[in-house]
Ligand binder design. Structure first.
Ligand SMILES: [Zn+2]
Length: 204
């Protein structure tokens, strides 16, 4: 009976859980930095859409240039932003020789360090914008109210993965222009044995 209950709870969690997605290292570029790196007036080339409406993977790639190393072939995500931003994992930071990049919510660039970007012969030095993305949950207002969650709230989330992990400090981000998804970086996704299609449940 106990086993049956456990199985049921697990099954229900799988049905109601939020889809997990692993975000690899990536770059968002401003119009100004697209001009500098690819040429004046250059248009980024969309390759496929991301789960969040309006966001897309671009064909373009850049090399990240840190004080202690480089990471080539880093994907650019569109559309352009008002200011460039580079999101990496802590493992990436080690490879770039950047000791302790701040963990931030996307778009919160105050106090973040800079980094170099290079494409062929062209390069730009961002004065700021390097961060490790704060793990977060995207929810629509309807989903948020169903789960009794509010924008900006920090919750615990258990991954229903081959190596389950309970993450703390998962920020809830509510927006009408979003699709329900938990975003982990590759370090986090690897740590919990993530496979495409896995889900997570919010714990209270
Ligand atoms: Zn996200």
């Amino acid at each position: 009976m106990e086993n049956l209950m456990e199985t049921l709870v697990e099954e229900v969690s799988r049905q109601v859980g939020i889809l997990l997605e692993a975000s690899g290292r990536h770059v968002h570029l401003s119009r100004h930095d697209v001009d500098t790196l690819f040429g004046a007036g250059y248009q980024l080339t969309p390759v496929r859409p991301l789960s969040q409406p309006g966001q897309f993977v671009c064909k373009e790639r850049v090399t990240l240039v840190g004080q202690g190393g480089e990471l080539p072939n880093v994907v650019v995500l569109g559309p352009e932003r008002s200011e460039s931003q580079v999101e990496i994992s802590l493992t990436d930071a080690t490879r770039l020789g950047i000791p302790a990049p701040p963990v931030r919510q996307s778009g919160k660039l105050e106090g973040t360090p800079g980094i170099g970007l290079r494409v062929g012969e062209r390069s730009v030095t961002l004065p700021r914008g390097l961060m490790v993305a704060q793990r977060h949950i995207h929810l629509t207002p309807a989903e948020a109210s169903r789960l009794h969650l509010e924008d900006g709230q920090r919750v615990k989330l258990k991954t229903l993965t081959s190596r389950p992990v309970i993450w703390e400090d998962v920020v809830v981000r509510v927006s009408a222009a979003s699709a329900p998804a938990v975003h982990l970086d590759y370090d986090e996704a690897n740590a919990c044995g993530f496979h495409k299609g896995d889900r997570g449940v919010v714990l209270w």
